[in-house]
Design a protein. Structure first.
Length: 279
């Protein structure tokens, strides 16, 4: 079984400073992960107009909260909503020190946008995490521009691994499909639990029991998939006895126009929309 990311003290030797722009849900999840990985609050500066109480508490331990003058940063992580980027990103130019790394988790904001807004030659990583990051079980896909060194790529991996697994791609065009599969993917899983609940109620189960069964089944199956070395198809086959109840259900789900077809269409639609939003 894999150790939780929070047990890996990979950031203890990071000299800093690290500037986090945006301490919303994803930003806070990253911050918690960094602290668990050995980064001290004194090495962190946060820019957020409405910081949570937990962030304010860290200011008493040396974290710089909304400093009047930005430090010359070794790394900057941009975690604001993408629509605020035209206002939030340009002021960061003053904090991009020599050899600084900029990591953006803004959905749809391309490397070209960031390169056009930040100082020429800035090392930039664009990343797409997903919401299970809130419990340290997210997955993030990242792509780097040509200015990112091997050392900076390792730093980016360490920063992003604070919220879960990290994968890298070389082609930024793949980020639209990444957004469709893993970025939006948690919503598909939650919809499955929602649909299972409604189907259970329609089959005669009390609503509370149907909701509990659906929730725990989806959560437990996900954990089984996480822990076991077997692929999803094999795990599915292991549950399915020939001629049994599961086989009867899968005949519907895997038949013409079934779940495979619907998900292919859904992910294609999300991919197209991601491209449209990126311009």
């Amino acid at each position: 079984m894999k150790k939780p990311a929070s047990n890996q003290k990979t950031l203890g030797k990071f000299a800093g400073p690290l500037v986090l722009v945006g301490a919303g849900k994803m930003g806070q999840a990253m911050l918690d992960g960094w602290l668990a990985r050995g980064l001290t609050p004194k090495k962190i500066a946060i820019i957020d107009p409405q910081p949570a109480k937990s962030v304010k508490a860290l200011a008493r331990r040396g974290l710089a909260l909304n400093p009047k003058t930005l430090p010359s940063a070794a790394a900057i992580v941009i975690a604001v909503k993408p629509q605020t980027a035209p206002d939030a990103v340009p002021p960061l130019a003053a904090a991009v020190g020599k050899g600084a790394l900029v990591v953006s988790i803004m959905a749809g904001r391309t490397l070209a946008f960031l390169e056009g807004t930040l100082p020429k030659g800035t090392a930039i990583v664009r990343a797409m995490p997903n919401t299970p990051a809130a419990v340290g079980r997210g997955i993030t896909v990242a792509v780097a521009n040509g200015k990112v060194s091997a050392k900076q790529r390792k730093l980016a991996s360490d920063l992003l691994a604070a919220i879960g697994s990290v994968e890298w791609v070389d082609d930024e065009k793949l980020m639209d499909a990444v957004t469709a599969v893993s970025g939006s993917g948690p919503a598909y899983v939650f919809l499955l639990a929602e649909a299972m609940t409604e189907a259970g109620i329609a089959a005669g189960l009390p609503p509370a029991l149907a909701a509990r069964l659906a929730r725990e089944t989806v959560a437990g199956s996900g954990e089984l998939l996480h822990r076991m070395p077997l692929d999803a198809a094999t795990l599915r086959q292991n549950v399915t006895s020939p001629g049994g109840t599961t086989a009867a259900a899968l005949e519907v789900l895997m038949g013409h126009g079934g779940l495979d077809t619907l998900l292919t269409k859904a992910i294609a639609a999300a991919t197209r929309r991601s491209r449209e939003l990126a311009g």
